[in-house]
Design a protein around this ligand. Structure first.
Ligand code: ATR
Length: 281
């Protein structure tokens, strides 16, 4: 019998750590699996997904820039994927794709479990309104953060995300250019992909206070500018996205294989080999 196929689909995706993480989970639990990385451009996403299913693909992670497109490709969505309007985990069910989103649960588990943060009532700033931002916003609200401010280069997308979250008294879309007026936040999350291309947007240090936790949802080289800004501004915590990556992978693995791996040894191994991750995306 052939081994079921899994993959991470993104663009670019060559340096993704997901194949290594899922292979490590499989070894830990003695589950044989074939997990690869598939690079596909936005306009070819649906075709690539069809070809993957035809070649024995039964599950896939989706990463930038395809998370919102993946939601549209699904026959059914989990409640959290529907709220996010973005999918990072696809599972083939009866010949059709079911979409879920484990990003938010992964982030909350990393911040509260691994980093020991209490998220309750934290005044939060989310920078970005693309697939990554959409994936984490519902889980942050469910985890009990206080007011959520959302800014984005394209302000309409911040408005659309705020509308989708549906809590007008608590969720506030604002202009990126007005950041100086908002005062300090207890949690600042960079969910943009800006440093991959143009560099970090201009962020005033007034956003950060002595108890602020700053979190970048990406890891490796692209996370460095935001985390360096946060440290320079005096943030209490500056946390990259590696822990979230491992936690969202574990959530996906549990959906596919019915058993949750132990993430600590896999995270520790990746941190130990951090030098080789510097070019990862
Ligand atoms: P992802 O899955 O990483 O969220 P995405 O859906 O393509 O990928 O979203 C990328 C995010 O980074 C968006 O919030 C995008 O802003 P726009 O909605 O205006 O495109 C943001 N982003 C990308 N490049 C940026 C830049 N140079 N400056 C500011 N924001 C940027």
């Amino acid at each position: 019998m052939s081994i079921p196929r899994y993959a991470v689909i993104g663009h670019p995706v060559a340096h993704s750590l997901s194949p290594r993480i899922h292979a490590a989970f499989g070894r830990q639990l003695s589950i044989a699996l074939d997990y690869s990385a598939i690079d596909t451009a936005a306009e070819e996403f649906d075709m690539t997904l069809g070809a993957f299913a035809a070649s024995g693909g039964v599950g896939a992670n989706v990463t930038l820039p395809h998370k919102q497109r993946a939601a549209r490709a699904c026959a059914t969505l989990s409640e959290r994927a529907r709220r996010a309007g973005a999918v990072n985990t696809l599972t083939l069910r009866g010949g059709e794709w079911h979409g879920d989103n484990t990003d938010g649960a992964g982030l909350v588990r990393d911040l509260t479990g691994r980093h020991g943060l209490d998220l309750r009532a934290r005044r939060t700033l989310l920078i970005g309104a693309g697939g990554a931002a959409r994936g984490v916003a519902p889980a942050l609200l469910d985890a009990g953060i206080g007011d959520l401010y959302i800014v984005n280069r394209t302000s309409e997308r911040a408005d659309a995300l705020a509308d989708a979250l549906g809590q007008p008294g608590r969720v506030h879309p604002r202009y990126l250019a007005d950041l100086k007026q908002f005062g300090e936040f207890d949690l600042v999350i960079n969910a943009t992909s800006a440093t991959r291309t143009d560099g970090l947007p201009d962020l005033p240090m007034s956003l950060v206070g002595a108890r602020t936790a700053a979190v970048d949802l990406s890891y490796g080289e692209v996370a460095i500018p935001f985390l360096a800004w946060a440290r320079a501004a005096g943030a209490h915590d500056a946390i990259g996205g590696l822990g979230m990556l491992v936690e969202q992978a574990a959530e996906s693995f549990a959906l596919w294989h019915g058993v949750r791996p132990d993430t600590d040894p896999v995270y520790a191994h990746l941190v130990e080999h951090r030098a080789s991750l510097v070019t990862a995306d």
